[in-house]
Design a protein around this ligand. Structure first.
Ligand SMILES: NC(=O)c1ccc[n+]([C@@H]2O[C@H](COP(=O)([O-])OP(=O)(O)OC[C@H]3O[C@@H](n4cnc5c(N)ncnc54)[C@H](OP(=O)(O)O)[C@@H]3O)[C@@H](O)[C@H]2O)c1
Length: 252
């Protein structure tokens, strides 16, 4: 059960090996999180993430292997996670693959980025929403990105997929209104994690702990969109008005 501050006791993490998910699990463990099911593709990295969660005080940590390029297997993977968890207070969606300029002409890479960042999570969210509806309660937190708001040339394959997932999540939130299930969308700026290794600092950069704290604070309300840093909300509102000729010159 979520407590009065929206903090979960049990969570399913799709993308349990993600650095941001690790920071969020740590922050939740310092509140009330006692059971976590970590879903991911790599057994070794899952075992490491599970050990880290246990060390932070999560008493029961289970892992489920899943591959986010296998859209047909998404619902089954979510079912396995729910079976492993029992009752679920929170579903965190952290899977994503960043694209780069060098990926633009590679159809296989486009397929991987779009599938793992949008199609698989959308199908998984649909299934998770059905489970939570049956329970009559629960939160879904989706890691979107500021990149979803205005697409940039440097990573447009990823950004377009995030845009799709962001819109899907907003629609799902509306569809679940009144059911006891609440969807929240988190839009971080650039964060130093293994996804962004080697990339320079960009405007609106933030940290894993700042994202985790914002998620915890977001859970205490039912705010639809959590921006990290908070100032990104206004920066991106202004960015929508910037002409493309100027937008393409902004570094990052
Ligand atoms: N870092 C940023 O600047 C930033 C900013 C805004 C939003 N985000 C979003 O935050 C989320 C977490 O990203 P992160 O920064 O923590 O990066 P990360 O550590 O690279 O996390 C990405 C996650 O996606 C998983 N993944 C990728 N392809 C997969 C596949 N085919 N099957 C299963 N899992 C797969 C990765 O698994 P492996 O560990 O096995 O690779 C990892 O758990 C992502 O959705 C990302 O788009 C990140």
């Amino acid at each position: 059960m979520l407590d009065a501050f929206g903090q979960p006791q049990s969570a399913v993490v799709l993308g349990g090996t993600s650095d941001l998910a690790g920071a969020i699990v740590r922050a939740l463990a310092h509140r009330r999180l006692r059971t976590a099911v970590l879903g991911g593709r790599n057994e070794e990295r899952l075992a490491l993430a599970a050990r880290a969660a246990s060390a932070e005080g999560v008493r029961e940590v289970r892992t489920v292997q899943l591959d986010a390029t296998d859209v047909a297997g998404a619902a089954r993977a979510v079912d396995e996670c729910f079976d492993a968890a029992g009752s679920v207070d929170l579903v965190l969606v952290a899977i994503g693959v960043l694209s780069h300029e060098r990926d633009e002409l590679d159809p296989a890479r486009t397929a991987e980025v779009v599938t793992a960042t949008y199609s698989w999570p959308a199908v998984a969210l649909t299934r998770a929403a059905a489970h939570l509806r049956d329970q009559g309660s629960g939160r879904i937190v989706v890691l979107s990105s500021v990149a979803a708001v205005r697409v940039r040339r440097q990573n447009f394959v990823y950004a377009s997929a995030k845009s799709g997932l962001d819109s899907f999540s907003i629609g799902l939130r509306e569809a679940l209104h009144g059911t006891g299930v609440v969807v929240q969308i988190v839009r971080p700026g650039r964060v130093p994690t293994k996804m962004t290794e080697g990339l320079p600092r960009a405007p609106l950069s933030t940290t894993p702990d700042a994202v985790a704290n914002a998620v915890v604070a977001g859970l205490a309300s039912d705010t639809p969109i959590v921006w990290v840093p908070a100032s990104a909300r206004w920066a991106l509102a202004a960015a929508r008005l910037v002409p493309q000729s100027l937008w393409r010159r902004i570094p990052g």
